[in-house]
Design a protein around this ligand. Structure first.
Ligand code: R5P
Length: 326
């Protein structure tokens, strides 16, 4: 049955003043800040799930708004604490299912476990794939993430898992501050070289280089050699994430040793775990740009070297085009 509000939405789609009654957006606890920037850009009703806890730590979820027969956009980045964010997301999804949502698009700006996208050794799970399977079982029709760590997981879920590319969006914002055509764009490892080459084309960077990296175990990186010419150049390192900043600081030291003039960094996901901030603040890094896929901690906001670029505009454009496809 076609509802009159759907007809109104269809006639006026694209007009910010007509809220769609066939869609609703909500966020879990980890993406409240991003939601406060995104929601005013959209013409969709926002639900505000109530998330509380039992004494033993279990989540208790309640969504008071009516979302029956609506397409739900559910925003929850699986930012640290990653497991808590996932558990809340599973339960929010089940609430949507119980309340007869028409379909649910999960928007996870950061996909926790994405680095564990293959069997690392005998006896290991394929954790990224496992998380996506659970989300599907809990009721996600589509799962969107931003700048996924590798294409590997995407190919396992065609039509369900979608990667929203943010690095062009970030480049547009950064180029308002820096002349990127005067920079050399560097990947901190061979794995990221394709990403850097793509970015260099978009930004008309002077050239590209990468660093040979050796990893003895997770979060421990050793930079071996710089491949490419960086002497006397302004460098932009491009990576998908900064976790402990071990990879980054090792790369910066190597670049400076090879004569780089100054080094700035662009990374989509700023996890800043453990001593990452001290490492960055005490390094020769000039400037770091990250998105708000991970809600920035107070110390991140206070760092003079770190600038946050909101993904709200990027998410708005994907949500709008998904609504216009109905
Ligand atoms: C590695 O493949 C990733 O692209 C990042 O370079 C890495 O995960 C960053 O981790 P950390 O900051 O702990 O070195």
């Amino acid at each position: 049955m076609i509802h009159i509000n759907n007809i109104i939405h269809f006639l006026f789609k694209g007009c910010a003043m007509v809220p769609s009654s066939s869609h609703i957006i909500m966020s879990g606890s980890s993406s409240q800040d991003l939601m406060s920037k995104l929601s005013p850009l959209l013409s969709i009703e926002q639900a505000r799930p109530l998330v509380s806890r039992f004494a033993d730590g279990e989540f208790q979820i309640e969504i008071k708004e009516n979302y029956s027969n609506k397409k739900v956009f559910l925003l929850q980045s699986t930012a640290p604490p990653v497991n808590e964010a996932y558990m809340e997301l599973f339960l929010l999804l089940d609430a949507c299912k119980q309340g007869q949502a028409k379909e649910v698009v999960v928007i996870m700006p950061y996909l926790g476990y994405s680095r564990q996208d293959r069997k690392l050794q005998e006896g290991s799970p394929i954790s990224a794939r496992c998380m996506i399977q659970i989300l599907k079982t809990a009721g996600a029709k589509e799962i969107w993430t931003v700048d996924i760590h590798s294409e590997h997981t995407l190919s396992a879920f065609p039509g369900t898992l979608k990667n929203l590319e943010a690095q062009d969006f970030l480049a547009d914002e950064i180029s308002k501050q820096v002349n990127l055509s005067e920079c050399i764009c560097v990947s901190p490892d061979l794995g990221g070289l394709a990403r850097v080459q793509k970015w260099a084309k978009k930004t008309s960077c002077q050239g590209t280089a990468y660093i040979e990296k050796e990893r003895s175990k997770p979060n421990e990186a050793k930079a071996l050699e710089v491949q490419g010419s960086v002497k006397g150049k302004n460098i932009i390192i491009l990576d998908d994430m900064i976790d402990t900043a071990g990879t980054l600081v090792a790369a910066v030291d190597k670049l400076i040793l090879n004569g780089a003039k100054d080094v700035s960094v662009v990374a989509t996901h700023g996890l800043f775990s453990k001593t990452a901030l001290d490492r960055i603040n005490n390094s020769p890094i000039k400037q770091v740009w990250v998105s708000d896929s991970i809600p920035p901690k107070k110390e991140v906001l206070e760092s003079k070297k770190i600038q946050i670029i909101s993904l709200a505009g990027l998410l708005k454009s994907y949500i709008d085009s998904s609504m216009n496809k109905m």
